[in-house]
Ligand binder design. Structure first.
Ligand SMILES: [Zn+2]
Ligand SMILES: [Zn+2]
Length: 207
């Protein structure tokens, strides 16, 4: 009874004394250590992606370290259970998508007066005749009703009209010629407006 056990013990010690076996054992041990440290670093980075709290990544690393090189896979499992479910980048992306959707909904233009959907390039609501945009007299592009100057060509709508009329010679010379021509029947032509009495919005009223 004593002899077989002694033989087994001798064989075992001879086996572990073998240089190749020892090398393999050391290699396995260092491999586990390497995996352990890598897992701890992974937990640190993963937690940093999921929270803005500066302490939590170190706690996650501590958790992995605590399980020692032999049980750290268990620590990884525990960490995966308790970590925040979403990455900060994902949260940010989701918020961005929601905002984009909201902006798209808000971008749908509706008539101020009748609330029906209107095209952004219409100048008047075809249902209720509400004015939606006006046309710049200088560059003929669409400008908002509340713009104080043209964003396309820079024409200042709030500048006194007198200056503009005097500045453009053809406008002055055309007015007296047109007035007698239409004066027969047209109401608009029959009442020539004094240039100084014009309101800033009026030059576009006829368009
Ligand atoms: Zn309308
Ligand atoms: Zn313009």
């Amino acid at each position: 009874m004593n002899d077989p056990l002694g033989a087994l013990g001798g064989a075992m010690s001879a086996f572990f004394a073998n240089a190749v076996v020892q090398l393999i054992l050391y290699a396995a041990f260092f491999y586990m250590i390497l995996l352990w440290i890598t897992a701890a670093y992974w937990a640190f980075r993963d937690m940093r992606d999921r929270t803005e709290n500066p302490v939590l990544p170190f706690l996650a690393t501590g958790l992995i370290i605590m399980f020692l090189p032999f049980f750290f896979p268990l620590g990884v499992v525990v960490y995966r259970v308790v970590r925040p479910p979403e990455r900060l980048g994902d949260v940010y992306e989701r918020n961005l998508a929601e905002e984009a959707l909201l902006a798209e909904v808000e971008a749908v233009k509706t008539c101020r007066s009748c609330d029906r959907r209107v095209d952004a390039e219409w100048i008047i609501c075809p249902w209720c005749r509400q004015r939606l945009n006006r046309v710049c007299p200088n560059c003929e592009r669409l400008v908002g009703l509340d713009w104080s100057l043209c964003a396309w060509c820079g024409k200042d709508f709030e500048k006194p009209v007198v200056e503009q009329v005097l500045g453009t010679a053809p406008a002055v010379s055309r007015a007296p010629i047109q007035a007698p021509a239409i004066s027969g029947g047209s109401v608009r032509g029959a009442t020539p407006r004094p240039a100084g009495a014009m309101s800033p919005g009026e030059p576009f009223a006829g368009r």
